[in-house]
Design a protein around this ligand. Sequence first.
Ligand SMILES: Cc1cc2nc3c(=O)[nH]c(=O)nc-3n(C[C@H](O)[C@H](O)[C@H](O)COP(=O)(O)OP(=O)(O)OC[C@H]3O[C@@H](n4cnc5c(N)ncnc54)[C@H](O)[C@@H]3O)c2cc1C
Length: 409
Amino acid sequence: MTPRTPTQRIVIVGAGVAGSIMARALARQAGLEVTCLEQVAPDDHASAGLVIGPNAIKALHLRDPLLASAIGEAGLPWDHWRVSLCSGEVLLDLPLTRVADHGGVRILRATLYRVLRGAAAGTIRYRCKLLECGASPQDPARSYVVWEQDGRQCRLDDIDLLIAADGRDSPIRSAFGGQPEVHQVGALLLRLLVPDAGAGRIDDYEQWCNGPNRLLAFRLPHGQINIAGSLPLRPDNATPHVGIGPQALRAAYTPTHARPGPQAGWLIDTLCANVDAICWYRMQAPGIRFAEPRAQVMYLGDSAHAMAPPLGQGVAQAIEDACSAAELIATSLAGGETSPRAWLATFEAARLERLRFVMSVAPHAAGLMLGGATEQERASALAALRQLYCQVALPRHGVGPGAGTGLPA
Ligand SMILES: Cc1cc2nc3c(=O)[nH]c(=O)nc-3n(C[C@H](O)[C@H](O)[C@H](O)COP(=O)(O)OP(=O)(O)OC[C@H]3O[C@@H](n4cnc5c(N)ncnc54)[C@H](O)[C@@H]3O)c2cc1C
């Protein structure tokens, strides 16, 4: 009789983007006992619009084509990227197929969560809020979690792999690593979702610049328009959006020496008319961490890193993280590697390299939004975007020259 491989106990905290994809992938894997805890009810999420970069759609097609198709069907295609001045002068008019193998997706956050969570039905336990977690007293490599469910406290011990997919204020990262060092990026972000009353002025993904002040908008399914914007921010400003009313918004986005073009004009009017409904955020970035050095804890998505929204990379990198981790665990188990420590080492090596590259792209892309960019700067920005959107690799377990990178040996 062949000896039975011991079951690995895996707990995922958070069924957002990365956690739902992981829960679906790992639940199909023999030899794993998987629990996914999510604090909210299944359809409890504030609505906002998202664009998902082509690289994430590619990663998901490689790993889970059915899920990739379901996301595409629930959203609208993101095929085009245009950048203009607020006066209307076009700086960049880029079909995404010039820098990607296919487009991305525009989708409501609530719709994305519904699709992802629906695909992991049966594995996710809703209304389960993580209260406490830490290393097991008996074995510091393993961990325990305590959560609240229906007013009761529940506990699970001897977890072989704890996966933090609990978002940008990750309670797991705080519990294991202390508060992550957060770097303030120096931008104040605004978001507004409105019905499309702009007579079709806004459709695919577009940005408008007035000096350092940026607007961004795109149409979503069911006639909604997602508007976003950014304004420079001094890092020491504790209450950055206080006092930003219609007058300040209009001044920030109206060109000094020209009238706003028809699209920017409509966006400015819409922001000013809905100023109380605007959601404000500070852009901040914690240091990158994919794994704890001693405890068997893996970080995915916003708990591992933050992303600048303009490249559509917050959700995209959460998807890439989850696809990479799921692929790695599946190929490791198939090859007889059952040690979570080994999985973590390979995962971290593969993702760190990719993440560092992705973070280096934003300054290049900013060059595309400058009227005075040279041909060389534009060419280098387009090359960086092509690498970002096309060169997606899922890590594979094994030895040899291509091990850990997912690239052909
Ligand atoms: C306004 C706004 C607009 C954005 N626009 C874009 C965009 O256009 N494109 C883009 O790519 N990215 C965008 N982003 C970023 C993107 O939303 C995130 O990068 C992405 O959702 C990260 O996925 P995640 O799986 O790491 O975390 P999330 O999707 O945030 O999921 C985390 C989950 O963990 C759960 N959780 C947290 N704490 C606990 C706990 N104690 N117990 C149990 N569960 C818990 C949460 O309820 C949540 O479901 C935007 C972000 C914001 C705030």
